[in-house]
Design a protein around this ligand. Sequence first.
Ligand SMILES: [Zn+2]
Ligand SMILES: [Zn+2]
Length: 374
Amino acid sequence: MGSYQRGKLLQVNANGLYCEQADVYIDPWRPVERAIITHAHADHARWGMKYYLCHHHAKPILKLRLGQDENVQGLAYGEEVTMNGVRISLFPAGHIIGSAQVRLEYKGEIWVFTGDYKLINDGISQPYEQLQCHHFITESTFGLPIYKFPSPFEIYAAMNDYWKQNRADGYNTVLLGYSLGKAQNILGHIDPSIGNIYLHGAVANTNEALASVGYHFPGERVTPETDRSKIVGDLIVAPPSVADGPWLRKMKPYRIAMCSGWMQLRGARRRRGVDMGFALSDHCDWAQLNQAVLATGAEHIYITHGYEQNYARWITEQYGLDAHIFKTLYADSEEDIAEPKEDVLEPKEDIAEPKEDGRDSTNKGLETEKQTAE
Ligand SMILES: [Zn+2]
Ligand SMILES: [Zn+2]
């Protein structure tokens, strides 16, 4: 093991983010022996690993998505495992339930990989914990100054008002959000006294898995036996993949809203063909990103899935930090990640945002970079 090089504890190779010293990958995209998984979103938690290690609360979702027989070991936040001298632990990332930052320490050198994260406490997932490290690997999904998300609590209030208004007008309300993360965020803050809440199967499955580790959300699963004539003025929570599909048509008449950080962008709502957009995000906006980067005290910053080049330039010029780009196969957005197979009713490629926002020249130049990362 004498070959260890300082400043190289984590490197990207063809399989993923790799720690050679510990012989372990983090969120790998190709099958490997041992994988630490930051969270159960499809672009971070993939099939084919021999052993998985993740937070206890991510475990039931990982098994739901990858198979009940998979070898998944759960870890508590702050609990430490040692692999060939590398001390490895997980800390809350505030992104979704069970999401973790991975901290690695070896010979006094500390590395942190955020996975996906946000600084805002959504009241559902364990809040982000600020760590100190020498090397910080951060996502930059919303790494442009144009991204400034409103308080989620204003958004929850607006969602409840939206539902009340639609109900008064004789419409159902459909809220589209990714089945893991966004759906629980919505259900945890919607007022169930307004009416009945119905769930698409992907959301209901996720909620059932989360119930096994103590999370309980309101709502009734829609099944083929569900009497649709009784769904009037009610709320339906479903993944974006159902938009315009036959499943949704049976819920008419409805008004439909998309819940996503991308909804902050001009034109996003129109492009998605929805009546309303709520800029509810599970990621850092620009200010949160900068705050987190500076608070780590790290001198070396590595940037993944987002506006990498732009953001690397910014932190080099603005803060004098040593910035690198890590090319990974993580998705760029919250919604261009595929839902679990059985729920995908149509191709997803048209969903990537903010591709067609030609009016925003800042975005436009970056699109080609984002595509090469695919
Ligand atoms: Zn994620
Ligand atoms: Zn991600």
